[in-house]
Design a protein around this ligand. Structure first.
Ligand code: AMP
Length: 401
């Protein structure tokens, strides 16, 4: 990892602005899952123990640039305060009087959480004046919000990009993402296997393209497999197909061949005549067929057992595995078996196992495998862009080693 981290700089007695990802799920003003708050604790506790004056900031939901108390961060401040023994206060605004007063009153080893950054439209616009005002709160800037690192917003990159803060480092959460995902992309231990699934090829073209130059084996499942199967000449009935991506799928398969990458597509599929509605419909009628036997009125909704066994072997025998996207409609237990089989392989494998954020993370949690993988990324879009080899503004702006 070529970026400085919070452990590389002097923070005692200094004002430190930390961009966190406190975008937690809420219902009726209550936090329903505090994982993201807990995930920030290593960095925040470290700074408090070192005697920094800590100014925390985050977005929550999509308030579209206006104060909207539905999206207040107050419950997050209260939860943080419980977890950090009463060291956290809450500012009712971001660049207003309350925030200024509370930041000015901070003693060493205390923290204040500012109100939701996205109450100001200037945040997402990366407005220079807003960046200047945020930067007034700090001598050191820490980015620990991997989930928004692919965005160039005021708090994720702008404060540094405009030159208002000179010392800009990674928090521990971002450092871990860069070390593990970045490490795999730069110098993975072979065999390096990527498992890609999910709904659409179009969402993952960039990832497939980038990984073809790096992995030994590429396993393709989920809805996107059917575009590849159609491109290989199969009739896939009513399965999800992106017609305008068929040529691209052919090109990617050709590129894999040229790069000696073993690209494996499903050989069988769990099919149904209709998409389950509701999605977890326990009465959905399914059967397993070879991919050459999918009827006109059927759609593939999970990988079949033979495919699952092939994918299982590839993952168990790997030394590095990156996984992004479920193998089927995992929200329905009847259609979650392929995804569960890959998760089981990750558990049994001694490989470094990395799960991209978003739906893959949800799937692995839902199926109870969360503790059995090396790393689950905290960023959905950000981890995809990172795997595509794109530059993330929230990382790019940090000081080099
Ligand atoms: P993504 O966000 O691209 O990772 O896609 C995740 C979604 O893909 C989940 O909601 C799955 O239900 C869906 N999915 C997986 N396999 C299929 C399939 N064969 N057909 C339709 N949708 C699928």
């Amino acid at each position: 990892m070529n970026k400085l981290t919070v452990k590389d700089v002097e923070v005692a007695g200094k004002k430190v602005l930390v961009r966190c990802d406190f975008n937690v799920p809420m219902k009726d003003g209550k936090i329903t899952d505090d994982n993201r708050i807990r995930a920030a604790l290593p960095t925040v506790s470290y700074l408090l123990e070192k005697g920094a004056k800590v100014v925390l900031c985050s977005h929550l939901g999509r308030p579209k640039g206006e104060f909207n108390m539905k999206y207040t961060l107050r419950p997050v401040a209260e939860r943080l305060n419980e977890l950090l023994d009463g060291k956290v206060t809450f500012a009712e605004d971001i660049i207003g009087d309350d925030a200024h007063a509370k930041v000015a009153a901070l003693k060493n080893g205390e923290a204040v959480l500012l109100e939701n950054l996205r109450f100001h439209k200037e945040e997402e616009k990366n407005d220079e004046g807003f960046c200047r005002q945020l930067a007034e709160y700090c001598e050191v800037y820490v980015n620990d919000a991997f989930g928004t690192a692919h965005r160039a917003h005021a708090s994720t990159a702008g404060v540094v990009q405009y030159g208002f803060v000179k010392i800009a480092v990674a928090g521990m959460l971002i450092a871990k993402e860069l070390e593990i995902i970045g490490g795999a992309l730069e110098s993975a231990n072979a065999p390096f296997v990527a498992v890609l699934g999910g709904a659409k090829v179009s969402d993952k073209i960039g990832v497939i393209g980038n990984l073809i130059g790096k992995v030994n084996t590429l396993l393709i499942g989920g809805g996107m497999a059917y575009t590849f199967l159609k491109a290989s000449g199969y009739n896939v009935g009513k399965s999800l197909v992106e017609e305008d991506k068929i040529e691209l799928a052919k090109e990617l398969m050709q590129k894999a061949k040229e790069n000696n990458v073993k690209l494996m597509l499903p050989v069988d599929a769990v099919v149904s005549k209709k998409f389950p509605d509701p999605i977890d419909d326990a009465n959905v009628e399914v059967k397993t067929v070879a991919v050459s036997e999918i009827a006109e009125d059927e759609m593939g909704l999970d990988i079949g057992e033979k495919t699952a066994a092939m994918f299982f072997d590839a993952v168990v025998n790997a030394n590095t595995v990156i996984w992004n996207g479920p193998m089927g409609v995992f929200e329905n237990p009847i259609l979650a078996k392929g995804t569960a089989r890959v998760a089981e392989a990750m558990k049994q494998s001694s490989a470094v196992t990395i799960v991209g954020g978003g739906d893959s993370a949800a799937a692995i949690e839902q199926l109870g495998y969360k503790e059995h993988v090396t790393h689950i990324s905290t960023g959905g879009g950000a981890s995809l862009e990172f795997m595509e080899g794109k530059i993330l503004p929230g990382v790019d702006c940090l000081n080099e080693r």
